[in-house]
Write a protein that binds this ligand. Structure first.
Ligand code: NAD
Length: 502
């Protein structure tokens, strides 16, 4: 067994999991029944584990387990008690930060220091939504008919959550916490490439008091396991985080059974730098926007729009900065950028860079790379316009396309000239301009003199090919509940003829 496979086994034991990857169904760790799935360490490119796809039958059992547990959670557990259990989960996750972060770094190839931050954010998510558990209520509406009319915010029942490989435990916490705070049961399917930290999170939660069966994890492929859960009759809503192509397929499958969806998809966000910006800050911000996480972030600043007066200077600053970024083993505390997370994505990113060269891009990059691993160096593509494939297609790697602009109007036109609408940013000293840009650029999240700041208390989501619906904040509470309008005839006013639904 390789050193990394041994480390994988040690971490499985530390996380109280079995020898291989298993789903959690009704509180029980279960082996899948389908085709084998290989987990590969993206740094050493060696096999960490092989496990069987969960399969449709187990997916159905998970949906049924969630439906059963949800009734006790929503009706038999007070809202305050639900909040207490969620606080206990947060405390339990805090006691497991190191093994969770290590497992994430090992399998997803993310630098360990980023993984620690993401686990800390999961703790924050459970605490934030724990606070909401007993504070979400309806309202009394002064209808004109003499009835007492009030609304209840009811849980949906069972929700099915599908997550990608780029931030597995973060995305799991981000979706599970608001779903259970509002009284839902959950079935979650992490990416088949990075399932373990989601299983570990739910196991830790169950050991901390989460009722068994309330949250079930399916470890398996999308078209088999994922498709079966999407179409299961107990599932009332599908929350999908992933690529636009798969999101469309999932939404169509859900729509066939008239199930609503939330889609959190990709992006091609514009990071816009004006000539009056603090260029040192803007250069650092631009690097963080596209190079951190090896660019495998839905909000990555993948189009760098720079005013022509500072275009050459800013690109030089970024190119110099590239050489001091530490690429290396994700398990090393000092590593700033790890490898691309998997072979498929590595082929896509390197193919996009080659394609850009074919389109005439001037490629600014660094040559030194670690000897093993799916590494792509931080890269800036210059000399292309916004119609180029590199500017229009999500690369999901440490690759920005730099495009010069003349004035505010042109910057806005370029920023909005894609099929996406997820995020964007502006760097400027002019506050008026900053507000004009935040209003004009199509994005669900927009930063001024900053990039990538997010918090569980603030809404997140996009439009067009970036999806629809919102995660995070109070918006997620709305996504995971539906309002019921209750009418009580108080007898004060005789029934009158208007306003009755026929
Ligand atoms: P993907 O679309 O390939 O897979 C996402 C998930 O869908 C995986 O769990 C996969 O197994 C599952 N899946 C595939 N086919 C399915 C099917 N037929 N039915 C049900 N499930 C199915 O995405 P990926 O490559 O894992 O992740 C990268 C993408 O995710 C990028 O486009 C990125 O921008 C996006 N992303 C978006 C956000 C956001 O919040 N907007 C956050 C992170 C990542």
């Amino acid at each position: 067994m390789s050193e990394r496979a041994t480390l994988f086994q040690t971490l499985m034991t530390d996380l109280n999991l079995g020898k291989t990857v298993q789903s959690i169904i009704g509180g029980v760790l279960c082996d899948g029944t389908g085709d084998p799935i290989t987990l590969e360490d993206p740094y050493t490119q060696t096999t960490l584990a092989v496990y069987p796809d969960c399969g449709a039958d187990l997916a159905a059992q998970a949906c049924e387990a969630a439906a059963l547990a949800q009734v006790g959670w929503a009706k038999g557990t007070s809202a305050a008690r639900r909040g207490e259990i969620m606080q206990d989960i947060a405390t339990a996750v805090k006691a497991h930060v190191e093994p969770l972060a290590k497992m994430e770094a090992l399998i997803a190839g993310k630098p360990i220091r980023d993984c620690r931050v993401e686990v800390a954010k999961v703790i924050e998510m459970f605490r934030y939504y724990a606070g909401w558990a007993d504070k979400l209520h309806g309202e009394v509406i002064p209808v004109p008919s003499g009835h007492l009319n009030y609304t209840l915010r009811e849980p949906l029942g069972v929700v099915f959550q599908i997550t990608p490989w780029n931030a597995p435990i973060f995305t799991a916490g981000w979706q599970i916490a608001p779903a259970i705070a509002t009284g839902n049961g959950v079935v979650i399917k992490p990416s088949e490439l990075t399932p373990v930290t989601t299983v570990a999170l739910v196991k830790i939660a169950e050991d901390a008091g989460l009722p068994k069966g309330l949250v079930n994890v399916l470890c398996g492929f999308g078209p088999t396991t994922g498709q079966a859960a999407t179409q299961h009759k107990a599932v009332r809503k599908v929350i999908f985080v992933g690529s636009p192509e798969t999101g469309r397929r999932v939404a169509v499958a859900a729509a066939q059974a008239l199930k609503p969806t939330v889609l959190e998809l990709g992006g091609k966000s514009a990071n816009i730098v004006f000539g009056d910006a603090n260029l040192k800050h803007a250069a650092l911000g631009a690097q963080a926007a596209i190079f951190s996480g090896a660019g495998q972030s839905c909000v990555a600043g993948s189009r760098l729009l720079v005013h022509k007066s500072v275009h050459a200077e800013l690109l030089d600053m970024i190119a110099t900065g590239m050489n001091s970024i530490k690429l290396g083993d994700p398990m090393d505390d000092t590593t700033e950028i790890g490898p691309i997370s998997n072979a498929r994505q590595f082929a896509h990113v390197t193919g996009m860079i080659k394609g850009a060269q074919g389109e005439g891009a001037n490629v600014r990059t660094r040559s030194e790379l670690p000897n093993t691993g799916f590494f792509v160096p931080p890269t800036i593509l210059a000399g292309l316009n916004n119609a180029s494939t590199a500017a229009q297609t999500e690369i999901f790697g440490p690759v920005a396309t730099a495009i010069p602009f003349e004035d505010e109007e042109e910057a806005i036109a370029i920023a909005n000239d894609t099929n996406f609408g997820l995020a964007g940013a502006v760097w400027t000293a002019d506050l008026g301009r900053a507000h004009r840009m935040s209003s004009a650029v199509r994005a669900g999240t927009f930063w001024i003199n900053s990039y990538k700041a997010i918090h569980v208390s603030s809404p997140f989501g996009g439009s067009l090919n970036s999806g629809f619906g919102r995660s995070s904040g109070t918006d997620a509470l709305m996504e995971y509940t539906s309002p019921k309008s209750v009418w009580l005839d108080s007898g004060v006013t005789p029934k009158i003829a208007f306003g009755y639904v026929s």
